[in-house]
Design a protein around this ligand. Structure first.
Ligand code: 5AD
Ligand code: SF4
Length: 476
């Protein structure tokens, strides 16, 4: 065999949620391990992977546009391999290969271990008949591997098995430098919220070994990371052997060098007294909680299969606020779920006014093929003008509340972990423990350090501050 003249180069472009960004880092780690050089632009790459999201239709449309744009590069360089990975790849599977014949590979979230091998096979244009690719060694998993022949540019490969045994053990993420890191502790989801595609594209809940998570966080701390965010679809339902989420959180918070711990996204039902106790007691756990409410109306929550009521959600919030009075709360809300009446939408506005979340991520319901909500009566689906006007009203209410909360915080002195440069020269930016973004004057050499910062002004959502002194080194 001829020695290759240079390393193959790979470029990974990620869309979607933090879990997917984390998966993008994981793919980079796997590719680097497999002998690839990771590059920062598709023009420099031999392999381009678009790591996609399927949560809403809009996300998918954007990605399809991007993939067809990348085909422009392939027209110039026919050897370029284009892969589509992630949730949309899993959802569309081989259909995507048919729709976009210039795509060489579709690979779902459980296939990443086999990425270098899949690419090598495609490069060789090799015949593969249900061959085992990396993790896909079980018969079941092998069924997810299909090589489709007869395309313009040789074979295409689809790796789509969802594999309950793929626990990402031993795989290393290739993280961007910085003081804050995301650590996936759980993948997939055992809920079946009726609007949501996640359980179908990521499979059931799988929890990583606590031993591996703790050793990863220790390693990160040794490299200078001082803030970690534990990630999972319903992160607080985590359980591994006799380690549940509150005990894992406690253990992570006690690792030397870790000054801050966050987690996202919890399910309200798994916000327990014990969890709140750990959050209140452990100084490392930040005073911040993202608690997806989705709706403020019981009938809608029931039809969404969220498995809680407005009353029980409010009780959880009360529990958290009693233990941690200064906690910053954020949420996700979907408007115009099929059948949502105007009164039910107004109940959501009522919830927002009652709870006063520090931040809300707001969405219009987006129909996802294959989810239970698609089977609701056709006349229940809300037209897009009405949905848009509900969304606009919700945004107005939540922004006004956010501004009021943030205005009231002016003058406070907060600990900021400096994460990157600000937009303007000479400015740096970081987040407070309550997850609020603060920009202030300072040198980029300070990135990674903590600062004590006075909050001077707010744009409504973020702050401009002044440093009032370096913060003492955080104890682990
Ligand atoms: N339509 C609109 N929003 C959705 N989300 C999930 N599925 C859909 C959908 N089909 C929102 C939920 C979730 C967030 C990540 O995305 O609010 O919490
Ligand atoms: Fe989707 Fe519900 Fe699971 Fe969250 S809990 S990922 S909304 S099914």
């Amino acid at each position: 065999m001829n020695p290759s003249p240079r390393l193959k180069r790979a470029y990974v472009e990620t869309y979607g949620c933090q879990m997917n960004i984390s998966d993008g880092e994981l793919m980079e780690g796997i590719l680097a391990d497999g002998g690839y050089e990771i590059v920062r632009a598709p023009e420099d790459a031999d392999v381009v992977l678009v790591n996609t999201c399927a949560i809403r239709e809009h996300a998918e449309r954007r990605v399809l546009g991007r993939v067809s744009q990348l085909n422009g590069l392939k027209l110039e360089r026919p050897d370029l391999l284009i892969g589509v990975t992630g949730c949309m790849a899993q959802r569309l599977g081989e259909t995507l290969l048919e729709q976009a014949p210039y795509v060489d590979l579709v690979m779902g979230p459980d296939g990443y271990r086999g990425l270098p091998e899949a690419l090598a096979r495609l490069e060789r244009g090799e015949d593969v008949d249900h061959a085992a690719l990396g993790a896909a060694e079980t018969e079941d998993a092998a069924e997810g591997v299909v090589l489709i022949h007869g395309r313009k540019r040789g074979p295409q490969l689809a790796v789509l098995a969802l594999d309950m045994d793929e626990n990402y053990q031993g795989l290393e993420q290739r993280r961007a430098d910085g003081p804050a890191a995301w650590v996936p502790i759980q993948r997939g989801c055992d809920h079946r919220c009726t609007y949501c595609i996640v359980p179908y594209v990521r499979g059931g809940e799988k929890n990583r070994s606590a031993v591996e998570i703790l050793s990863e966080v220790r390693g990160l701390a040794e490299q200078g990371v001082s803030e970690v965010t534990l990630l999972g679809q319903t992160v607080n339902s985590y359980v591994w052997k006799d380690v549940d989420f509150p005990s894992l959180l406690r253990d992570v918070a006690r690792i030397d060098g870790i000054g801050r711990v966050r987690f996202t996204s919890p399910h309200p039902n798994d916000v327990t007294e014990r969890l709140v106790e750990v959050m209140a007691e452990e100084t490392g756990v930040c005073e911040q909680l993202h608690l997806p409410a989705q709706s403020g109306d019981d009938r809608t929550l029931r039809r969404m299969l969220r498995r809680y009521t407005v009353e029980s959600l409010l009780e959880k919030i009360e529990l958290v606020r009693t233990a941690i009075p200064d906690i910053a709360l954020s949420t996700d809300i979907i408007v115009a779920f099929p059948g949502e009446t105007d009164a039910e939408f107004r109940a959501t506005l009522g919830l927002m006014r009652e709870v006063r979340f520090d931040e809300a991520f707001t969405y219009k319901y987006s129909l996802r093929e294959g989810t239970p909500a698609t089977r609701l009566p056709a006349e229940d689906f809300i037209d897009s003008d009405e949905a848009q006007s509900r969304l606009a009203e919700l945004i107005e209410v939540t922004r006004a509340i956010q501004s009021e909360i943030n205005e009231a915080e002016l003058g406070r002195i907060e600990e900021v972990l400096i994460e990157n440069r600000g937009r303007d020269e000479g400015q740096i930016r970081g987040r407070t423990r309550r997850n609020k973004v603060v920009v202030f004057d300072g040198d980029a050499s300070r990135i990674g350090q903590y600062a004590r910062t006075m909050l001077d002004r707010t744009t409504g959502a973020t702050f401009v501050g002044t440093e009032v002194g370096a913060h003492a080194a955080v104890e682990g």
